[in-house]
Write a protein that binds this ligand. Structure first.
Ligand SMILES: [Zn+2]
Length: 381
């Protein structure tokens, strides 16, 4: 009955993380799944991952079937809270600003966006680099018409193995965490880069986003140390690592190395394994205490935001009544989990405000709200 589960990255044995199955999962387009799942860590490459078995595949296919792109991290109007204030910028222009701050692309070129969705990055890119040819890769043709409206959009590829050209820039924004066998995937992508080409990768940062492991359709949960190993393995050179400006994500700009370096055989460091296990324990204790605190609340409850973490909290406290409040003006008045989303202006109506964010981000938001007397419920760590 029970088959031995192996790592989707290196095929070594997986170690099951027991406490994980106590918690509900959320889809990356912020919907409750109402199920719990498994999480493992590889005994060899130490990648934290969802075991890719038949059950996981079936569940993820059903998530993608009803996927709402605008609600996901790759969505068209996804707003991003920058670290120092509550200014909302869309993710694509923020990424482009980051890249532009470090390198200047030539006048003409070609860019491939892998997992392009409705094309928010390509759209921002074409405004700045109007002579570049734009290409996208997606699982299906759902957004083809929308993409074709973007200036200089040339082609939507549906299969990585069928791409027949090389690019000056390839971007993977919130894509790699969905892909089984990420190293093999990256290796294939490497060969689609021109010799002078750049690769930009952005994924959630396991060490700095406490709720990412609860995303049902994320099969890998990367830490910076994972990429240190992959870059070595793939002979890629890190040009820049952007972490300060987008603190919940790992964002890399990479280039191919010219020389072929001899691979260091002892690629994986056991210390990474220990650090990840410590972090996981911190997260599980935080979840437990957070939900315990919420269960004991008396009075009206508001959940701040309608993010993955907010959805997870709402799903986990099913028997309690609550409302959602959101800072994003585009969301106010809409419905989330069948509840109308209220504005931050309504916050004074609630005795308890649940802050489903990393603790330091919650403290920043609370400070900006200037509501010291209110009862905010925060993660411990
Ligand atoms: Zn592995």
């Amino acid at each position: 009955m029970s088959k031995k589960l192996i790592c989707h990255n290196c095929e070594a044995k997986l170690i099951k993380i027991k406490k994980f199955s106590n918690y509900y999962l959320v889809s990356s387009d912020c919907k409750p799944t109402f199920y719990k799942g498994d999480l493992s860590i590889c005994s060899n490459c130490f990648l934290i991952q969802k075991p890719i078995d038949a059950k996981w595949k079936k569940r993820v296919n059903s998530i993608y079937k009803n996927y709402e792109m605008f609600k996901s991290a790759r969505g068209e109007d996804q707003k991003l809270f920058t670290s120092n204030n509550n200014d909302q910028n869309d993710r694509s222009s923020e990424i482009l600003n980051l890249i532009n701050s470090k390198i200047k692309f030539k006048k003409n070129g070609s860019v491939l966006d892998i997992g392009c969705g409705t094309g928010p990055f390509l759209k921002s890119f074409s405004k700045e680099y109007s002579n570049w040819e734009l290409y996208g890769l997606e699982q299906d043709k759902r957004f083809k018409k929308k993409l074709e409206k973007i200036k200089n959009f040339k082609k939507l590829f549906l299969n990585l193995d069928k791409i027949d050209k090389k690019f000056d820039l390839i971007v993977l924004i919130h894509t790699l965490e969905h892909v089984p066998n990420p190293v093999l995937f990256l290796e294939k992508i490497k060969y689609l880069l021109k010799k002078t080409g750049y690769l930009f990768i952005q994924v959630p940062d396991f060490e700095n986003s406490p709720f990412d492991i609860l995303v049902a359709d994320h099969s890998s949960h990367f830490a910076k140390s994972d990429f240190r190993n992959y870059n070595k393995k793939l002979n890629l050179n890190k040009i820049f690592l952007f972490n300060k400006k987008i603190p919940k994500e790992i964002s890399f700009l990479l280039k191919m190395r010219n020389e072929n370096k001899i691979l260091n055989k002892n690629l994986y460091n056991y210390n990474d394994f220990i650090n990840k296990k410590i972090k996981l324990n911190i997260y599980f204790n935080s979840y437990k205490n957070f939900l315990n605190k919420i269960t004991k609340l008396k009075g009206d409850i508001a959940i701040f935001g309608t993010s993955i973490a907010a959805t997870w909290v709402a799903q986990s406290i099913k028997n309690k009544d609550y409302k959602f409040i959101d800072q994003d003006i585009n969301k106010i008045g809409n419905y989330h989990m069948k509840k109308k989303i209220l504005s931050v202006k309504d916050i004074h109506k609630f005795e308890n405000i649940i802050m489903p964010f990393r603790r330091d981000l919650s403290l920043k938001i609370i400070k900006s709200l200037k509501l010291a007397k209110k009862r905010f419920i925060l993660l411990d760590k």
